[in-house]
Ligand binder design. Structure first.
Ligand code: ADP
Ligand code: MG
Length: 209
């Protein structure tokens, strides 16, 4: 299946649904090591994104990702809005207008990670969404270099993100609100890493739908 604008629209639409379904779960996670608003932030942001895209669906992948970026920046407060906004903006800049091949998919994902790190200055192991995106990009790159299809590259990214999100539990937070808790942040999943894993799972599903 082509990785094109209709893939991007399916991806974002499915992300909106899954974030709405996981609203309470993400609120619960953020209540444990933050202020409990992550589920609400993501649900509000992606509901606005879905509406913006329904009004005027762009015709290429960068166009879709730019609408996501702008909408998240203007509707999501807190840390996550600017971080996800910059991620989607850099992903848009990295993606070609035509169909994406395997290396283009890697470039899109790597652009998102670069945006998150440019904005938030977190490294792997700081217990943030970087801990989902960095292994996702690494797994995607390895799959593309082995000659995997774009769908397989997205599957590898989703698996990398899920493993990375799960691995945030024993970490102590060194960035963001959770870092104020010091050692008490240990033993909880990072909410932004979990929402990132949900979103990347939908990127893979949208490619096989
Ligand atoms: P806030 O922390 O302002 O309440 P959210 O609850 O929506 O915002 O988002 C919290 C998530 O943002 C965290 O779980 C973490 O994944 C992510 N985050 C916070 N600070 C950073 C950072 N500097 N770099 C990367 N991700 C971060
Ligand atoms: Mg919060």
């Amino acid at each position: 299946m082509a990785i094109d604008a209709s893939w991007a629209l399916r991806w974002v639409g499915a992300s909106q649904e899954v974030l709405a379904e996981n609203r309470e779960h993400l609120i619960d996670l953020d209540r444990q090591i933050g202020d409990g608003d992550h589920g609400e932030n993501m649900d509000r942001g992606f509901t606005a994104v879905a509406k913006a895209l329904a009004d005027q669906p762009p015709e290429d992948v960068p166009g879709v990702l730019k609408v996501v970026a702008k909408t998240l920046m203007s509707t999501v407060g807190g840390a996550a809005g600017p971080l996800y906004g910059t991620a989607f903006l850099r992903a848009a800049k990295a993606a070609p207008e035509g169909d994406l091949d395997s290396q283009d998919v890697v470039a899109l994902l790597a652009g998102a990670l670069e945006g998150i790190q440019a904005r938030g200055k977190a490294e792997s192991g700081d217990k943030t969404m970087v801990d989902a995106w960095a292994p996702a990009v690494a797994a995607a790159r390895a799959a593309a270099d082995e000659g995997c299809s774009p769908e397989e590259v997205l599957d590898a990214a989703a698996t990398g993100a899920a493993e990375g999100a799960a691995a945030t539990e024993p970490l102590q937070a060194r960035k963001g609100r959770a870092s104020y808790l010091g050692e008490r942040s240990i033993g909880h999943l990072d909410p932004g890493a979990v929402s990132s894993s949900l979103i990347l799972t939908e990127a893979a599903r949208a490619a096989s739908a």
